[in-house]
Design a protein around this ligand. Structure first.
Ligand code: URA
Length: 206
């Protein structure tokens, strides 16, 4: 399985290099892939890597990653037991004369990464996928052939998806970076992650 995952990531790297050659803006040539154990109880699915993730080649190691680590600790979830990845594997950027900033992936960029995401889900085979923010939830809705779900009404509860015959338990969470801009989301996020921790404990005991 690990070889299959490495082959999947190598093919995605080649696809992104080809897209870079077509003049896309973004760090297409430095993708960041998932890391963690296969068949975990939990997969965390973010939006796309940022600057620090791209520099270090690992998901969620910047500011959002620090918030994520604190939330996981709160819920008694050990990060090394979790598979961490992103819906889009490269950092989408806006490039101005003197600055480079993050931007959300475009609908086309998200759609183009979906086949890789589907294979990644199949190979990693987690018991639960927790989506972080709107973009990864939208990606799973697209893969499952469902209308997009608004995170404000579905966060903190378990949803059942079916993706190409593959059943998937999906637990939507707000993005850990959202609390940097909106402190009022922090208690909600903490409550949701604590609930996720309890669900994962039940899976362990079953
Ligand atoms: N935000 C994400 O969605 N993913 C990362 O890897 C880092 C920040």
């Amino acid at each position: 399985m690990e070889e299959k995952l490495s082959a999947l990531y190598a093919a995605e790297r080649a696809r992104l290099h080809a897209a870079a050659a077509r003049g896309r803006t973004g760090e297409y040539e430095a993708p960041v892939f998932g890391e963690g154990p296969l068949h975990p109880r939990l997969m965390l699915l973010g939006e796309a890597p940022g600057a620090e993730e791209t520099r270090l080649g690992r998901p969620f190691v910047g500011k959002a990653g620090k918030n994520l680590n604190m939330l996981l600790a709160l819920a008694g979830i050990t990060r090394t037991c979790v598979y961490v990845t992103n819906a889009v594997k490269f950092r989408p950027t806006n490039v101005k004369a003197r600055s480079i900033s993050n931007r959300p992936p475009s609908p086309a960029e998200l759609a183009e990464g979906l086949p890789t995401l589907k294979d990644e889900l199949r190979l990693v085979n987690p018991s639960v996928v927790a989506t972080l923010g709107n973009t990864p939830l939208k990606a799973l809705c697209l893969l499952g052939g469902r209308e997009p779900l608004p995170i404000g009404s579905v966060h903190g509860r378990m949803l059942k998806f079916m993706i190409d015959g593959m059943p998937l338990c999906v637990f939507p969470l707000y993005h850990p970076a959202s609390v940097i801009y909106n402190r009022s989301l922090l208690p909600l996020l903490e409550e949701d992650v604590t609930c996720l921790g309890s669900i994962l404990n039940e899976i362990k005991e079953a």
